[in-house]
Design a protein around this ligand. Structure first.
Ligand code: MYA
Length: 572
């Protein structure tokens, strides 16, 4: 396997790239030592943060911002030569996990700054751009924001209409348009802005260019939006009215800005998974504390089976989320360059796990969970956004399925061509036959797990075969209409999400057994066994529904409800 291989893209091809995910990534000892110290300081600092006050006042106080600055929290992922801490992806995620465990408004402010706001400069900036912008961003003297979304372009990122035209003197670009829901919009000084640099033409994809725009260039922002949650973070509209940006502020190549946006988002989505991991762990602690102190029918509620079931599920899913998040950051640290599917999967799984965990924690807290005096309802409000921003979970499911099928799809096109020219196409046909036979016979197996996890690995390998078969079948059945088959895409994406979570959990647990022995790692083995069993039953259902489903019925019902503009029936 090479650095540009993706574990999940290989899996869609029916290949289990064991060597990418085994052994489970670990942090080098010297980095671990620094990270432990850092985590300790961040925890102490976060204990001083009053989240209730932030939520009530709709702003993060100057003291909190300055405490974060002192700890270097604005320059975690910026290399030391530009004044940052130069943390690896794994250490960055681990620190953001601690911040999000305590306060989501601060996590989102720091995340919008580093995960996406300045990430374009890190990934695509020239040396001059890095030298100019990164030191002040690292120190937290300036904040960064990422400006892509527009009123008519949310999920459809390529549909933006903000224009950038070459200025009359040819020395820069003039930007006109507006962006909405920009995190840090009211407080940032440096914006990564995406604008079209080709005229708007019916049916043709625009050429998009990324720019570094300074507030001083003339960009304006609207008032802070009133939001359901993460109320301490700043979310505003921003406006460009003849904003002149020097040509030296083009980020990456002119016309290649869509790629900049996608690569930044691929990277940024892991911040949500890391934050969700932190939030889940802290909710679990709160839920357990509540279970142990609350009595009903003369007993602790922790004794009741239905409560134990909730706590067990929350623990199992948090374990799987943590496993996949740090598998992915480990892959990135190892230099793997294509992690777009893995990071989208982590974002979906992370945001949905957190949503279930926060909901169950509130349920365990029951009456007090609903009262604003306690933190549960705020945590519920704060968590909801994760299913929406950095790509809604719906568009990301479509992305996972379509992007995953792209490889097998290309294969099928080549096969079709080869069948028209059987002699020239012999190589392609025989390769394809070998791959299909391999998949059909189920010879692609996970082999590098610890033997204790043999049963789990067999389940993984079996369902991995099903993913290959399912994508093949969907592509043959729908051809190029597959882009319209969203329910098939959803099932395929869900199968892929389950598989990645399963693989990560097996890999991490294998490493735990190797390190601590079977007895020492017994708890992790239980979590892994339970997760894989639950996941396998979900995968079974998904595979069955690939052929046996009521998609058409549901689409018909939705169609009628649209026609009636809602629900038309009354009992009386
Ligand atoms: S920021 C705004 C977030 N917005 C989005 O995420 C937009 C979602 N939409 C998209 O991603 C795209 O429009 C989709 C494609 C995917 C739908 N990596 O024809 P195409 C390539 C690499 O499919 P479209 C926010 O919310 C593709 O291969 N390449 O494109 C901030 C093709 O290449 P080629 C990719 O149909 C909130 C080309 O692009 C990718 O137009 C603040 C065209 O593809 C990819 N992913 O749409 C967050 N996708 O031409 C703060 C496509 O070569 C977070 N391509 O074949 C803080 C966190 C911490 C707190 C946590 C607390 C718990």
């Amino acid at each position: 396997m090479t650095r540009d291989s993706s574990f999940m893209k290989s899996l869609f091809h029916g290949v289990i790239a064991d060597d990418l995910i085994f052994p489970y990534p670990s942090i080098p000892p010297e980095e671990r030592e620094n990270l432990t110290l850092m985590i300790d300081s961040v925890r102490k600092f976060m204990d001083t943060v009053d989240s209730k006050k932030i939520d009530r006042e709709h702003r993060i106080s100057d003291e909190v911002m300055s405490g974060a600055r002192d700890l270097g929290l604005f320059g975690l992922n910026i290399p030391t030569e530009y004044g940052g801490l130069g943390l690896s992806q794994t250490s960055y995620a681990r620190v953001m996990q601690e911040v999000a465990a305590k306060d989501n408004s601060l996590a989102v402010t720091l995340g919008a700054h580093q995960s996406i706001g300045l990430k374009g400069i890190l990934m695509f900036g020239t040396e001059a751009q890095k030298k100019k912008y990164l030191p002040r961003l690292a120190a937290g003297e300036q904040l960064a924001a990422f400006a892509l979304t527009e009123p008519g372009a949310g999920s459809d990122a390529a549909g933006i209409t903000t224009r950038a035209e070459l200025s009359a003197d040819g020395e820069g670009y003039v930007l006109n348009g507006s962006k909405i829901w920009i995190t840090n919009g009211g407080i940032a000084d440096v914006f990564t802005v995406f604008a079209r640099t080709s005229p708007q033409e019916e049916g043709s994809k625009p050429r998009i260019t990324a720019f570094i725009v300074e507030r001083g260039h003339g960009l304006k922002h609207g008032p802070n939006e009133e939001k359901l949650g993460i109320r301490g973070s700043s979310t505003t509209e921003i406006f460009f009215e003849d904003v002149k940006v020097p040509a030296g502020n083009v980020l990456g190549e002119v016309g290649r800005g869509f790629r900049v946006a996608m690569e930044v988002l691929n990277n940024g989505r892991l911040g949500i998974a890391a934050g969700a991991t932190g939030a889940c762990k802290s909710l679990l602690r709160m839920a357990v504390e509540r279970c142990l102190e609350r009595k009903a029918f003369g007993r602790n509620i922790a004794d009741f089976g239905m409560i134990k079931d909730k706590i067990a599920r929350m623990t199992i899913e948090t374990y799987a989320l943590e496993s996949m998040t740090y598998l992915t950051t480990g892959l990135m640290d190892a230099g793997v360059t294509d992690y777009s599917l893995e990071s989208a999967i982590c974002k979906i799984f992370g945001s949905e796990t957190l949503w279930r965990v926060v909901n169950e924690t509130l349920q365990i807290a029951a009456g007090i969970g609903y009262m604003t005096e306690y933190p549960y309802e705020r945590l519920l409000r704060d968590s909801r956004i994760n299913l929406i921003f950095e790509g809604t979970n719906e568009i990301l499911r479509a992305f996972v399925a379509l992007s995953g099928m792209q490889g097998p799809g290309k294969n099928l096109t080549e096969i079709a061509r080869a069948m028209r020219e059987p002699i020239k196409g012999f190589g392609v046909l025989s390769d394809y036959t070998i791959q299909r036979v391999r998949t059909a016979l189920g010879r692609e197996r996970m082999t590098r797990m610890h033997p204790v996890l043999m049963k789990e690995a067999v389940a993984f390998s079996d369902f991995a075969g099903e993913l290959g078969k399912a994508s093949d079948k969907i592509l043959r059945r729908h051809g190029k209409d597959v882009a319209e088959m969203q329910l098939a895409q959803k099932r395929l994406a869900e199968l892929a999400i389950e598989l990645y979570a399963t693989a990560a959990t097996i890999s991490r647990t294998s490493a735990a057994i190797e390190q601590h022995g079977e007895v020492g790692a017994a708890r992790q083995v239980d979590l892994c066994t339970a997760f894989v069993a639950q996941s396998a039953s979900r995968m079974n259902r998904l595979v069955r529904q690939m052929d046996d489903n009521d998609d058409d019925l549901r689409k018909r019902i939705a169609g009628k409800t649209y026609e009636d503009l809602g629900y038309p029936f009354d009992v009386l």
